[in-house]
Design a binder for this molecule. Sequence first.
Ligand SMILES: [Zn+2]
Length: 299
Amino acid sequence: MALRNDPAALQATLLHEQTRFVAVWQSRCMIGDDDNPVLLPRAALGDGWRNELAIYLGRLAEQHLFAIAVDAAAPAGGPDASQFDNHGRLLALTSADDGALLAYAKGMVEWQQRHLYCGLCGAENRPADGGFVMVCSNAACGHRCFPRVDPAIIVLVTDADRCLLGRQARWPAGRFSTIAGFVEPGESMEDAVRREVAEETNIKVGAVNYLGSQPWPFPGAMMVGFHAAAESVAINLNDQELAEAGWFTREQLAAGAVQLPPVNSIAFRLIEAWFDQWDGARLAELGLSSSFSRSAQSD
Ligand SMILES: [Zn+2]
């Protein structure tokens, strides 16, 4: 039987001294000075947390891991608020695996915190299956709620030897990235690409090709990355989501025309996959990426 479905074994695992906890406080995680996630023993959590809300994440090497929400006013004897890092570092400084672990913990805790009450009848929800289900405590209702992710598209639009990049108003001058937005009900990913690009820049796109994806834990998005071919070139900022947008050649990017997104973001990878199709320098070697994330600015 999976540990998640065995309450007695799960409780014993929770109390085991080798078990470690990923603490989440006000949407922030703990990242050590060595840029690794801080995994706390239970004793280091202090008093103000609730056993039953611990979410079983699984096993990393020999240790079982739980995610746990730290109360709003950091619990007595537990980690200090100053030890929790803001969103930017989560993506900018940790390895892909470490980033995924923290995104997982943070995503689960935030989902739980948003589902403490039943969305159908308003009764209190109780965690089940290691925290992966929130079950309505009203027996007549019994609604079960599962973690979800919100699909979003992110796309690099190209026109021959140029690519389309935009800057949101809250970003510093010179900081540009790809076009992105959430998928709406009833849309395919490809529809969402075409709509977002048209809304933000008035560019029409034709062929849309999938390149890869990245969980984006702000709070529970899944960024699905594409390249798309432009079928028009005149830019108009229709919905004012972007403060400016433009077409950039590889030569312009290589010359430092703009500051690009962080190296380990999918936005950077989309630009890189296009940029590196020439005989010039590799994009990652040019040092053009920024060290903070899109979401560090937006949250
Ligand atoms: Zn209910």
